[in-house]
Design a binder for this molecule. Structure first.
Ligand SMILES: Nc1ncnc2c1ncn2[C@@H]1O[C@H](COP(=O)(O)OP(=O)(O)O)[C@@H](O)[C@H]1O
Ligand SMILES: [Mg+2]
Length: 464
């Protein structure tokens, strides 16, 4: 079988390139065949000619576990550390959320201090990347000594993941990720201070993360008799992280977040100390804690088959009847009996003895059972009265850079002139700041126009 070249029907890449418009074709035009011959099928390339690069064994030697910390170091955008502007907001948010969660759980009216300081003195106001020391301090319950290392030095370690209860954080990854970002950009560990009650020492320690092992490395540990700078402080936690950040851009997001935190948490006092501008205080506007959200069991209508199988395998109940009534919300003895009847399962079998086919029947029966909706006690809405108090508090302490400047800063690449205008605002040049209104800040007069200072409030709704 001879290889036939059909010059009219098949053009090589060289031919095609040579035939591009503008290129002079040096070859004479091929004669037009009166009747084109059938196109020959392309022949297979011989696979033996491709050199093998690696064997399965060689590849196998390179396959190893990836630690969670290594993964998130490379994929830090997944946790909100995409860039130096956002890192500032994410860090403040993770730590403040933890403080609010801890105070709420312990039944303490929160007092939160957020401090951002320049780690390198003389950082110019126009700097778009510099080292900052971010500290968040609370008057919460504190953290017992043996848990401090892992809370701050191990990703996926926390107290909220395994329960169904409303809280701001849940995954056990927030504060340790912030510490890891700080370590990655400055090489410095996180500094933690914590005290659980009066009479107990204040634990002070530095915590780095061994990212290969996802494990804490503690240094510089000491126990202090009193809280540094505040001998009255009986309990609480302070975390300090040094990180590369863009304060010029990022400070607006931190400010908005703290304003909104004050709005949604009128029972908290929030103080914000920052470079170049006077501190801001959002006073406490309500003396009651929000109602505590109750922990609930999963509702049968929301359970997935794999999760049900795991619950069955891990259940300590002796019977399926007991399993259903203790593991799910809204399943009492009556509905349990109906569900088991629909699934054709005896109420007395051990949950761990349920095979795959039976679990599928049970799953279907659970999904189809007529049950009451989950109880709403698992949620703790702020409520009208507190929203009102929060709103007054929020509007009494407010700042804005002016909508035009904010819009210009939001552009992907703000011009030098815009950055300089923002730096001037940061230096107090033209900031429209209304400090706490006279008499504690919660003055309804400030609803009308910023307490008489500056132009009327012109807030732009922000989408973050
Ligand atoms: N300021 C704090 N006061 C008391 N406990 C805290 C504080 N910050 C963190 N914790 C504890 O550390 C855990 C881990 O925090 P974090 O990594 O942010 O995860 P998450 O908040 O999602 O549980 C929390 O679940 C909580 O038990
Ligand atoms: Mg958290």
């Amino acid at each position: 079988m001879g290889k036939k070249k059909d010059s009219s029907a098949q053009l090589s890449l060289g031919d095609a390139l040579a035939a591009r418009p503008g290129k002079k074709d040096p070859a004479p035009a091929p004669p037009i065949a009166a009747e084109p011959e059938p196109v020959a099928a392309p022949e297979d390339h011989a696979p033996a000619k491709v050199a093998r690069r690696a064997t399965a064994e060689q590849m196998g030697q390179r396959q190893r576990e990836i630690s969670i910390s290594e993964f998130f170091t490379k994929n830090r955008h997944l946790l909100g550390f995409d860039n130096p502007s956002k890192a500032l907001l994410t860090t403040v948010k993770e730590a403040v959320d933890n403080s609010l969660d801890a105070c709420e759980e312990a039944g303490i009216l929160p007092e939160i201090l957020v401090e951002i300081g320049e780690a390198t003195p003389g950082t110019p106001a126009t700097a778009t990347e510099a080292k900052y020391r971010v500290a968040i301090e609370d008057n919460g319950p504190g953290i017992v000594r043996k848990q401090i290392d892992k809370v701050f030095g191990k990703l996926l370690y926390g107290s909220k993941f395994h329960r169904l209860k409303q809280s701001r954080g849940q995954q056990g990854i927030g504060i340790s990720a912030a510490g890891m970002y700080g370590q990655l950009t400055t090489g410095k560990p996180v500094t933690v201070l914590s005290r659980v009650r009066k009479g107990q020492p204040v634990h002070s320690l530095d915590i780095a993360i061994d990212t290969r092992k996802n494990a804490p490395v503690v240094s510089n540990e000491k126990d202090l008799e009193e809280w540094p700078g505040n001998i009255e402080k009986e309990h609480g936690t302070r975390v300090e992280i040094e990180m590369v950040a863009n304060y010029l851009h990022g400070q607006r997001f931190v400010l908005r977040y703290l304003e909104q935190t004050a709005l949604a948490n009128p029972h908290a006092r929030v103080e914000y100390r920052r470079p170049r501008l006077p501190p801001l205080v959002f006073p406490r506007a309500a003396d009651d804690l929000p109602r505590e959200a109750t922990e609930i069991q999963p509702h049968p209508h929301g359970i997935e088959l794999g999760a049900l199988q795991l619950m069955l395998a891990e259940s300590k109940e002796r019977s399926l009847r007991g399993f259903l009534t203790t593991s799910f919300s809204r399943v009492g003895p009556q509905p349990a009996a109906l569900i088991l009847e629909a699934a054709k399962l005896s109420p007395n079998i051990r949950p761990s003895g349920v095979d795959h086919a039976a679990a599928e029947r049970l799953h279907k029966a659970l999904a189809e059972a007529k049950l009451m909706a989950p109880p709403t006690g698992c949620l703790s809405p702020i409520g009208d009265a507190l929203v009102r108090k929060g709103l007054i508090n929020f509007l009494s302490v407010i700042e804005e850079e002016g909508p035009e400047l904010e819009l210009a800063l939001d552009a992907p690449n703000p011009s030098k002139a815009v950055l300089e205008a923002a730096a001037t605002t940061l230096s107090g040049g033209s900031a429209v700041a209304t400090g706490p209104a006279p008499g504690g800040g919660a003055s309804p007069a400030s609803l009308g126009g910023g307490g008489g200072r500056g132009p009327p409030l012109r807030r732009r709704r922000r989408g973050h």
